[in-house]
Write a protein that binds this ligand. Structure first.
Ligand code: NI
Length: 256
């Protein structure tokens, strides 16, 4: 299994991160983990984690909820961080109208600038879209970059639009196992197999039956089971297909 979106720099892992990473390292189940970043500082930490752990890769980027804390020169800094070993994309970036704690124009500006850095460096992006579907889709399609909508919560119609006008993937996590998530399961059923990625978003969004516990990459097998069942294929087939998709999107993974 490949976990395409994790946050091991989160404070909830502070006490036992060394133990978790060594279990991932010796695991037969987990092949790779992609660590997503939320700020410049977090990007530096993610690069450090990836450098010291052979199964880890890093994304660098500024989350919309951190978009009001950027400092002068952040674009050059991000551009240079994107050039480090084991950095495979720009993320997570996007718009968040749910918390709405950062001015929407600032969020849009920081998103657009990061998309243009991704375009310039020919890197894929990882998109965070919470209750901002239309604006995110318009801005992403206009940018011409490729990438994945992580924890996809949009409609089937929006997915069709993204696939017909651009090179976009859709990633799902423990939410597909939640009792009240029948809409997400319908979307999973629709998404073509060659556009599907799987992630944890750990420490958040722990799958059933572990809800309430902190999430980690090992619990992702519950998500794989649920999605394999929805798609009517075996666990192994889903592993094989999502592995191919991940390497096709994050082309740098095979170069490190
Ligand atoms: Ni995330």
């Amino acid at each position: 299994m490949i976990d395409t979106h994790a946050h091991y720099t989160d404070s909830r892992f502070r006490e036992d991160i060394a133990d978790i990473l060594s279990r991932i390292d010796s695991s037969d189940e987990i092949e790779y983990v992609i660590e997503a970043s939320t700020s410049i500082e977090d990007s530096i930490n993610a690069i450090e984690l990836a450098k010291n752990n052979k199964k880890l890769f890093a994304l660098v980027g500024i989350h919309p909820s951190d978009a009001d804390e950027i400092k002068v020169g952040w674009e050059d800094e991000l551009r240079s961080l994107a050039g480090y070993d084991k950095v495979v994309g720009i993320g997570e970036i996007g718009l968040d109208y749910y918390y709405d704690d950062v001015d929407r124009d600032i969020q849009k500006d920081v998103l657009k600038k990061q998309l243009s850095i991704a375009a310039e460096l020919e890197l894929p992006v990882v998109i965070h879209d919470r209750e901002a579907h239309k604006d995110v889709i318009d801005i992403c399609l206009e940018s011409g970059v490729r990438g994945v909508f992580h924890c996809y919560s949009g409609s089937i119609e929006s997915a069709k639009q993204l696939m017909s006008k651009g090179d976009w993937y859709f990633s799902f996590n423990g939410v597909v196992t939640f009792k009240n998530a029948s809409k997400v399961r319908e979307v999973v059923e629709f998404i073509p197999l060659d556009r599907l990625l799987i992630e944890t978003d750990c420490p958040y969004l722990t799958p059933v039956p572990y809800r309430g516990k902190r999430n980690d990459s090992f619990l992702m097998r519950e998500t794989f089971k649920a999605i394999a069942e929805i798609k009517g294929i075996s666990f192994e087939e889903l592993e094989r297909i999502t592995r191919q998709n991940t390497l096709r999107l994050f082309t740098r993974m095979e170069t490190f």
